[in-house]
Design a protein around this ligand. Structure first.
Ligand SMILES: CC(C)(COP(=O)(O)OP(=O)(O)OC[C@H]1O[C@@H](n2cnc3c(N)ncnc32)[C@H](O)[C@@H]1OP(=O)(O)O)[C@@H](O)C(=O)NCCC(=O)NCCS
Length: 190
């Protein structure tokens, strides 16, 4: 039994620590990052997400008294966590489910909760990006109604400080070490 999805506040220090560890673990377990990857500290920094965006999580236990089983970050307009969103769009980032809780629909529930909150707040469109190797995530988002939007794809080079540098998608081969991120978008029915 798991709890409903809820927002985690910046004051919930031990929950933030737990969510950061779970996010890092989820990405490490799938080989999406390794221990030296500059993105790892950002995945761990759930406190920054709670302060600068809407950090959502789901816990074990009917009243949410147990361990964190999954998390997602809803990024509203104006947030420092925006990577892709423009003109009032909302963005989803850092969806992660504990490796031992997968395949039970937790990823879908988290995504649905984030989409519902964005719609409540008037989102005209929700966008997100994925790595090419995130096959489970691609399937999940497509089932939730997201559509691939190649025009939203972007190519990045990771910097040692955890930041990323965008490189132009058009024209020639991307530089060595560059990663292509695949864009998806969903619009509420009117
Ligand atoms: C992506 C992730 C969140 C899915 O979590 P989950 O709780 O297992 O997902 P669900 O149980 O809700 O399953 C949702 C859909 O994904 C599919 N799916 C789950 N694991 C899969 C896998 N390994 N391969 C292919 N599809 C998979 C499920 O079959 C389901 O689709 P279905 O309705 O057709 O059966 C989880 O695998 C994860 O944390 N991955 C690492 C981080 C990541 O990739 N995040 C995405 C950030 S953009």
């Amino acid at each position: 039994m798991t709890s409903a999805v809820r927002a985690i506040t910046p004051e919930e220090k031990s929950r933030l620590q737990e969510i950061g560890e779970l996010t890092a673990l989820a990405y490490l377990a799938d080989g999406l990052v390794d221990h030296a990857h500059p993105y790892l500290p950002q995945l761990r920094d759930a406190a920054a997400r709670a302060a600068g965006a809407e950090l959502l999580a789901m816990m074990d236990g009917e009243r949410g008294e147990g361990s964190i089983v999954g998390t997602i970050t809803l990024v509203p307009p104006g947030s420092p966590f925006i990577e892709l969103a423009e003109d009032g769009e909302y963005e989803l980032r850092m969806l992660a489910v504990s490796p031992i809780e997968r395949g039970r629909g937790i990823g879908r529930l988290l995504t649905q909760a984030a989409m519902d909150r964005a719609v409540e707040q008037g989102a005209p469109r929700i966008v997100l990006s994925t790595m090419e190797t995130m096959h489970a995530a691609h399937r999940l988002y497509e089932h939730m109604g997201f559509r691939r939007r190649e025009e939203l794809d972007w190519v990045v080079v990771d910097n040692a400080d955890g930041s990323v540098t965008r490189v132009p998608l058009e024209g020639g081969e991307p530089p060595a070490g560059a990663v292509r991120l695949l864009g998806y978008a969903w619009e509420p029915a009117h």
